[in-house]
Structure formats: C-alpha cells, structure tokens
Design a protein around this ligand. Structure first.
Ligand SMILES: [Zn+2]
Length: 164
C-alpha cells in the first residue's frame, strides 16, 4: 500500500506520473490488440511479416509518433484522424483511461514494487482478453499464451516472495 503521509512528495509525484504513463501506454497497447484481434489480424506482425504498425481504421494511413501518444493525441486531435479527419471512436481513450485507473489502483494497493511491473506488463493482455471474451470474440492462441505467461510470472513472483 502506498503511504500518502510518510513518502517524499517528489518521489511520490514521480511514481504517480510513471504509473499514469505506464497505464496509458498499456491501454494504448490493449486497444491495438483488441482492434487487430477483432479483424483476425496479428498484433505482432503485419501481412508482409514486418512489425505491425498502428494505422487509422478508416484511411489506413500509418500513424506517426505524435498520433500514438496515449490520451493526449486523441485530445489534441479532438477525436479525429489527423490524415482523413474521420471521427474516431471514444473506445480508444476510454480503454486508456480504464487501464490508467487499474494501474493507479494496483500501485495504491501494492506500493512501488516489482509485482506492480509484472501486473502492468500483463494488464494489456488480460484486459484485451477479457474485453474480447465479453464481446463474444475468441482471443487468439498468441493472446491467450501471452496472458497466461504474465500470470505465471506473477504467481512465481508471489510464491518466491513468500518463500524468501
Ligand atoms: Zn484516417
């Protein structure tokens, strides 16, 4: 649990901002996974075999660095694509906000420790898996294995912490 009274305000603020940034990046990653899984595409590699890059769902323009900053780029572009000006679904910022909230909750409950990093690493996979299942989609084997591996890491970490 994070101690709000005894912690140094500067390190508290740095931790808080780091958790918000990590949570929003995890949320952005989760939206990419959900988008591609729904279309039956790989979220690791594209059809040419190179690393899969995010693109506008309407004009398919590959998004640049400034288009991929979680929450901020959606706000700056007023929820529209920079290239075709099509209104984008609020699904993207909402998932990012949900992941920020889950990341902050994890940090508040567990404090600044290694298990929070493992949970943040798994959060994108777990969130997108559950989201797809609740929407009636079947997650791919890659997503299920990734979710399971992160869960396994967390279980081993907790078991190791109990033993030592
Ligand atoms: Zn577009």
């Amino acid at each position: 649990m994070v101690s709000f009274e005894s912690s140094d305000p500067v390190s508290f603020l740095i931790q808080f901002l780091a958790v918000i940034m990590a949570g929003s990046c995890v949320g952005s990653f989760a939206t990419a996974i959900i988008d591609r899984e729904k279309k039956g595409q790989s979220w690791i590699k594209d059809s040419t075999g190179s690393a899969s890059r995010s693109a506008c769902p309407h004009c398919h323009h590959v998004l640049g660095f400034w288009d991929l900053i979680p929450l901020l780029s959606w706000i700056a572009l007023r929820g529209r694509c920079r290239y075709c000006a099509t209104r984008l679904s609020p699904f993207y910022p909402l998932v990012e906000i949900a992941c920020v909230a889950l990341a902050v909750l994890t940090w508040v409950l567990l404090g600044w420790e290694c298990s929070v990093l493992i949970i943040l690493a798994g959060l994108g996979f777990w969130f997108s898996s559950l989201f797809l299942v609740f929407q009636g989609h079947r997650p791919s084997a890659t997503l299920i294995i990734s979710s399971f591996l992160c869960l396994l890491c967390l279980v081993f970490y907790v078991l190791f912490a109990f033993v030592s």
